[in-house]
Ligand binder design. Structure first.
Ligand SMILES: C[S@@+](CC[C@H](N)C(=O)[O-])C[C@H]1O[C@@H](n2cnc3c(N)ncnc32)[C@H](O)[C@@H]1O
Length: 215
């Protein structure tokens, strides 16, 4: 098993507890996803569902993840879970209306394979919704510093720039439909709720990119 999956399995409880400490950050990100709800066709599925915090908050009923200990926690939150990897999803083609990939692209070894698999399982004109921390943002720089130290989860993550994520999405058969920017407060200084903004803003610590399946 890959080092990342072993780590997420071993640290499942610790990973899940991070959200308790960062409640406001989580709510700010949640709000950005919710601003897209009117455009997202069902059924919904999250790839790399983890402990199901976002799936529960966003009412995504299904989740896939290779880390079984995280899936156990997600199951406890009422998410229907399946053990599996984003590069080879155990679902027939063209079954899903919208696919969420939240803070997971940075973890998988073959992000393009995952996105190509998203293309396969999405219905025609289905949407991919990717949430991530852009490398050049204050949050990206903060986590990159941690990566150089021994911080367990960051050590294994690869932080992408917005351009790199856009390129991966386009090369996997999608058109970019839009970007939502949020998390303008600096790491360790988040004190207020935020209203997400349309379009790419370099100061945003969290971006949501929506791609539409072509072909
Ligand atoms: C940073 S966590 C994000 C979890 C969840 N989306 C969230 O935001 O809390 C990354 C997740 O990717 C999962 N993962 C690792 N390799 C994967 C793969 N090849 N396909 C799908 N998920 C994977 C990990 O087990 C972990 O749950």
């Amino acid at each position: 098993m890959e080092e990342t999956v072993l780590l997420f399995n071993r640290m499942a409880t610790k990973y899940d507890l991070w959200f308790e400490k960062e409640k406001l950050t989580f709510q700010i990100e949640e709000r950005a996803f919710k601003s897209l709800f009117p455009f997202l066709r069902k059924p919904w599925l999250e790839l790399g569902v983890g402990s199901g915090r976002f799936a529960k908050a966003l009412e995504i009923p299904w989740g896939i993840d290779p880390a079984k200990n995280l899936l156990q926690i997600a199951k406890g939150r009422g998410i229907k879970v399946v053990a599996g990897r984003g590069e080879s999803v155990p679902i027939f083609s063209e079954m899903i209306g919208s696919l969420f990939v939240i803070d997971t692209l940075c973890i998988v070894k073959f992000p393009k394979l995952l996105l190509q698999e998203c293309h396969r399982v999405l219905m025609r004109e289905g949407k991919i919704v990717i949430g991530f921390i852009p490398r050049g943002s204050p949050w990206g720089r903060f986590y990159l510093k941690k990566k150089k130290g021994s911080h367990s989860f960051c050590r294994l993550a690869r932080f992408y720039s917005v351009g790199e994520v856009e390129r991966l999405i386009i090369e996997s058969g999608f058109s970019i439909q839009g970007i939502i920017s949020t998390l303008f407060q600096k790491p360790e200084e988040v004190k207020n709720h935020e209203i997400p903004m349309k379009g790419y803003r370099p100061q945003a610590g969290f971006l949501v990119i929506v791609g539409e399946r072509l072909g």
